[in-house]
Design a protein around this ligand. Structure first.
Ligand code: BDP
Length: 549
């Protein structure tokens, strides 16, 4: 099996595509003989959705959650210079206690996986697996947070390592030309940089912070370089500020989704997608509906692309869209459905995301869920502690969640916890399809009610399915003309509401979905086709978003 890739579409057969449960990966790897005395480990960037790992038949670790990394220690089971057999079981089963939730239902034809999201439930070893040999005495963690106070850059750092006699820590900071601009001894502290080069949208300036462990004789025994961007993020009234300047988000919700490879990370596609974002004038993206590959965040850091980073909590809404994605007969929150155990899984997914991505300057906002039920007391009680947790783990970034159409102003009981209102709305598509004049009035009315709450609003989804090459003189749903007219209508509404500080079209590209009669060859709301060719609407966005001049 290819790694990284989803296994589903590699063989071209239905059994593998729709397999439910475990699959087994096996390989052999030789540990370099020069790694004697080192700690040897395997770091999986992601295994979707659950993994168990064995080395020479001995179980060495397990992990739940398909989009965040984990590490297993192989030191005791490997010998430098020798080959070790690695086995990984990959389980794609989703339950009401997993994030995202799902249910495996028995049917006369065998088990069927039900999900409350439309994208295909791709599974496999989706990202890079690293074999690493670190010195016996090593850095095990490095946290950096940055701020901009007046014109001084502030970098707080903290290093984790096993203390030992004579062992000390220090950091060195260099600018992009490699010139030393700061240094400090100790395992935690703060660096102040007067008049720094700031990280800003469209300008991915990064400093290099090198953390070092030094032994009693002054020898550096381990070091790690972390790229750091100095910038500030804040919400003031209904503005979203980056470095004190109001920021307007333009861009997309995306998916990790490629023909054949599924959700496997692919550098060539990543570069191509970022090239298309630049071409169209997008300054940001949302990692809908799960954390994306670490390379994506690194790229965004280097190029000044702004990211809304989303937890894989999509579909905590078991009554949504019965007959579309959902099924009748489920209640979202309850002892046998979304319960305390689900919340623990959700909390762990938040912890792992923040731990992984907190050092990325590109990440300006955490999204804790996509379209959960949010208009009930149970929802309010489910989400309150999760917002508290995220705020405690990272007080430096605003929080939000993508709100669903049913939870209108006054009905939504979760948006009170959010700093930014993130709205997914389909006026002119799921609501008033084909009636853009009616949609324009209804949409503006709802948005004005949200604006009265005094918070910044990002439209995190608006879109219309469009079959490329289908044309109608009078814009009708599914035609390229309709997608153009639909976007124009939305933009007129946004431009009339001051609190709207961002517009993310759903979706960047067409993507694979669970089979169903609502979808024709997948979800076709892409501005680009699945193979990344522009629909007519791409030119509308380019005209609106591309900086003039
Ligand atoms: C929204 C979901 C998104 C779907 C989209 C759609 O957030 O994941 O793909 O609807 O129906 O409800 O296209």
């Amino acid at each position: 099996m290819a790694v990284p890739a989803s296994y589903n579409d590699i063989g071209g057969d239905a059994a593998l595509r729709h397999h439910i449960g475990e699959v087994w990966y096996e390989t052999e790897v030789r540990i370099p003989s020069s790694w004697s005395g080192r700690r040897i480990s395997l770091y999986f960037e992601s295994v979707t959705h659950a993994a168990r790992v064995w080395a020479d038949g001995v179980e060495v670790g397990a992990h739940q959650g398909g989009y965040t990394p984990f590490e297993v220690d192989l030191t005791a089971l490997t010998t430098p210079g020798q080959v070790v057999a690695l086995t990984v079981s990959v389980d794609n089963t989703l339950t009401l206690q997993s994030i995202p939730p799902g249910v495996v239902e028995p049917t006369p034809a065998g088990p069927r996986q039900r999900t409350w999201h439309d994208f295909f439930n791709y599974a496999g070893i989706h990202r890079t697996v690293w074999l690493s040999g670190t010195p016996a005495t090593h850095l095990s963690g490095l946290t950096t947070t940055t701020d901009l106070l007046d014109s001084t850059g502030v970098i707080h750092f903290s290093l984790d390592f096993e203390p030992a006699p004579g062992l000390s820590a220090r950091v060195r900071l260099s600018d992009q030309d490699g010139l030393r601009v700061g240094a400090q001894d100790g395992s935690s502290g703060t660096l102040h940089i007067p008049d720094p080069q700031v990280w800003a949208p469209g300008r991915g300036y990064l400093y290099a912070l090198e953390a070092q462990l030094v032994d009693a004789r002054g020898k550096v025994v381990d070091s790690y370089v972390q790229k750091v961007g100095i910038r500030s993020v804040a919400v003031r009234g209904n503005r979203f500020l980056i470095n004190g300047e109001p920021f307007h988000f333009t861009g997309f919700g995306k998916h990790e989704d490629i023909a054949v490879i599924g959700k496997g990370h692919n550098d060539a596609y990543m570069l191509h997608d970022f090239g298309l974002l630049e071409w169209i004038g997008a300054n940001s993206l949302r990692t809908s509906h799960y954390p994306y590959a670490e390379d994506v965040l690194d790229y965004a850091d280097r190029h000044g692309i702004v990211v809304i980073d989303e937890v894989a909590a999509v579909g905590i809404n078991l009554t949504l869209g019965a007959g579309v994605f959902g099924a009748p007969g489920y209640t979202t929150f309850g002892p046998d459905t979304i319960n305390e155990q689900t919340r623990k899984t959700h909390a762990e997914a938040i912890r792992e995301l923040i731990e992984r991505d907190r050092h990325h300057p590109s990440v300006v906002l955490w999204s804790l869920a996509n379209e959960p039920e949010s208009d009930s007391e149970a929802a309010q009680e489910y989400f309150r502690p999760l917002f508290e947790l995220a705020r405690e783990l990272d007080p430096s970034r605003p929080l939000g969640f993508a709100n669903v159409a049913e939870a209108t102003p006054g009905r939504c009981r979760v948006s009170q916890f959010a700093d930014v209102l993130m709205l997914n709305r389909y006026y002119g598509w799921y609501v008033l399809p084909g009636d853009l004049a009616g949609a324009e009035i209804a949409w503006e009315e709802e948005l004005r009610a949200w604006a009265a709450e005094g918070k910044p609003i990002i439209i995190t989804e608006y879109g219309a399915d469009t079959y490329p090459g289908l044309h109608t003189l009078v814009p009708e749903p599914w035609s390229e003309e309709y997608q153009v007219a639909y976007l124009d209508m939305n933009h007129r509404v946004f431009d009339r509401i001051e609190a709207v500080v961002g517009e993310h079209v759903w979706n960047f590209a067409d993507f694979a979905t669970t089979p169903g009669i609502m979808r024709v060859g997948g979800n076709r709301k892409g501005i680009f086709t699945r193979d990344r060719q522009p629909k007519a609407a791409a030119h509308v966005l380019r005209k609106r978003w591309l900086p003039k001049g």
